[in-house]
Write a protein that binds this ligand. Structure first.
Ligand code: PEP
Ligand code: MG
Length: 538
């Protein structure tokens, strides 16, 4: 038995197909005809573009437009004058073959991306590697677009799966995959979840522990893989697989059912999203609202701030598609560990206690106002609510409200519509806000408890540090007391209280939260149906 990171839920029993990238040895050759070499390089770029376009179209058809976006980045890289120009200069300056130049320039890019602390930027390294391999394969005349033929019940085992590899897998035949590297947010993990096939990643050396044709059991719930299991184990997992399938089918019945407890209390089960398109996943999974729209994703993966118009379109889209259901939009929570390339910020000793979220927004009103204006304008198109993150004092909340008022005045003067009665709430994710919840409740329209941060600040246990993860306990009595206090304070003033941290979807915590009177539970779309079931049985 081997353990890794459970990246996508479910069980699979099948036969191993190792997908190992052929080690390409790149020989350095001196060239004599520069024009000829440049033309050769240019031809390989064109060929690569054609192939990527085809893969992009296939991915769009099979997995949806959002999953095909990664190939958009690949296309952009092939058109990037800096990347392409660096390769051309390398060919010219060193009078070497294109393969050598592509390999050298991409290694340089990889070095920069891989050394970054940010997981997102490390993923960009995977894109560079994918594109460089494709150009080199085309230069060497080795096509990479021929999709491999798979037998039924194939479990693909690879060092890592690039987005191109994943897109080329035969979805009918491949029932799970395992990789040596990667984490829950790597491309391959995200793809597995959207394909709804189990995957275990970050397994270390799975490629050398199995061979082609081995039977393996993939347990995507526990992140466990069993190699060449005995008959008894196979039967045990076949049973688990059956139960899992049955449960999923059973849960589907709850998609359009309103969530009401046995005692008759109506509770809202909502979804957390990072992009406007994710509202569809929330709706498909029976979500009754969006309890948290993490807007920072709109600011990432680009070269400058999103404009008011771009943001307006994004918020309007979410509001309209939710058709009158609530959409709680959290204002920018950037800084600390989440950085923007185009907004240089000094290194900090304690990024989680640093210059971030509302602190940054109140300091940079120019940035804050663009977002608030876009949000207000979008509020004319649906049931939007605004929520400020990382609030630690009443003064901060008043200051944020003041900026909001300024934006309202501007829009009124410009004759632009917005919802004058728009609800404005705060995230309760700093212990100070929970302790002072009775005071806050007099001024806010709602609370949403952000347990991801509330737990780490209450217990002084970094949410990213595995070494102290044993301390990071949602059910610690101190955390529970703060939650209870916050909910009671809201109710005393006739306000509602939700929760958008991971704890809201934690099967072991839901009953306690219901007892405390939590009104709204917001979680990742894939957890919604299970949560609905638990609440309806409570
Ligand atoms: C939280 O802190 O609980 C939360 C929902 O916000 P994030 O995970 O984005 O910090
Ligand atoms: Mg938070």
């Amino acid at each position: 038995m081997k353990k890794g990171i459970a990246a996508s839920k479910g069980y699979a029993i099948g036969k191993v197909v190792l997908k190992l990238h052929e080690e390409v040895i790149i020989e350095e050759k001196n060239i004599t005809n520069l024009d000829e070499e440049k033309a050769r390089f240019s031809k390989s770029l064109e060929l690569s573009k054609e192939q990527i376009l085809k893969i992009k179209e296939k991915t769009e058809r099979e997995m949806g437009a959002d999953k095909a976006e990664v190939f958009e980045s690949h296309m952009m890289l092939l058109d990037d004058p800096e990347f392409v120009g660096a390769i051309e200069s390398n060919i010219e300056m060193n009078m070497v073959n294109s393969e050598k130049a592509v390999s050298e320039v991409s290694e340089m890019y990889l070095g920069i991306f891989e050394s970054m602390d940010d997981e997102y930027m490390r993923e960009r390294a995977a894109d560079v590697k994918d594109v460089a391999n494709r150009i080199i394969a085309n230069l060497l005349g080795k096509s990479t677009s021929g999709a491999q033929v798979f037998e039924n019940n194939t479990i693909v085992v690879a060092h890592d799966l690039t987005p191109s590899d994943t897109a080329e897998l035969d979805k009918e035949k491949v029932i799970a995959f395992l990789t040596n590297i990667g984490g829950r947010t790597s491309h391959s993990a995200i793809m597995a979840r959207s394909l709804e096939i189990p995957a275990v990643v970050g397994m270390g050396d799975i490629t050398s522990s199995v061979k082609n044709g081995d039977t393996v059991i993939v347990d995507g719930v526990e992140g466990v893989v069993i190699i060449n299991p005995d008959e008894e184990t196979i039967q045990k997992y076949e049973y688990k697989q059956l139960q899992y399938k049955k449960e999923k089918e059973e849960l589907k019945k709850l998609v359009s059912v309103k969530t009401v407890t046995k005692a008759g209390k109506k509770v809202e089960v909502a979804g957390n999203i990072g992009t406007p398109e994710e509202v569809h996943k929330v709706l498909e999974n029976g979500g009754e609202a969006v309890g948290l729209f993490r807007t920072e994703f709109l600011y990432m993966d680009r070269e400058q701030m999103p404009t008011e118009e771009e943001q307006f379109e994004a918020y309007k889209y979410a509001a309209e598609k939710m058709e009158g259901r609530a959409v709680v939009i959290r204002t920018l929570d950037i800084g600390g560990d989440k950085k923007l390339e185009y907004l240089p910020m000094p290194e900090e000793m304690n990024p989680f206690l640093g210059y971030r979220a509302i602190r940054l927004c109140l300091d940079r009103k120019d940035i804050f106002k663009v977002q608030l204006r876009a949000l207000l304008r979008a509020s004319a198109f649906g049931n939007l609510k605004i929520m400020f993150p990382m609030i630690s004092s009443l003064e901060e909340f008043f200051a944020a409200k003041e900026v909001l008022k300024e934006c309202m005045d501007e829009l009124r003067a410009e004759g632009k519509n917005f919802n004058e009665k728009l609800e404005v709430g705060i995230m309760v994710e700093i212990p100070a806000a929970a302790v002072m919840a009775d005071e806050f409740a007099k001024h806010v329209d709602f609370f949403s408890i952000g347990t991801n941060d509330l737990i780490q600040y209450t217990l002084a246990a970094d949410r990213m540090n595995e070494k102290v993860s044993y301390l990071y306990n949602p059910m610690h009595p101190a955390v529970l007391r703060l939650i209870k206090m916050t909910i009671e304070a809201a109710h005393k003033e006739g306000k509602w209280c939700g929760m958008c941290g991971e704890m809201a979807g934690d099967e072991a915590a839901i009953e306690t939260l219901l007892e405390y009177g939590l009104d709204e539970f917001s979680m990742s779309a894939s957890s919604i149906l299970k949560a609905k079931q638990i609440i309806m049985n409570s």
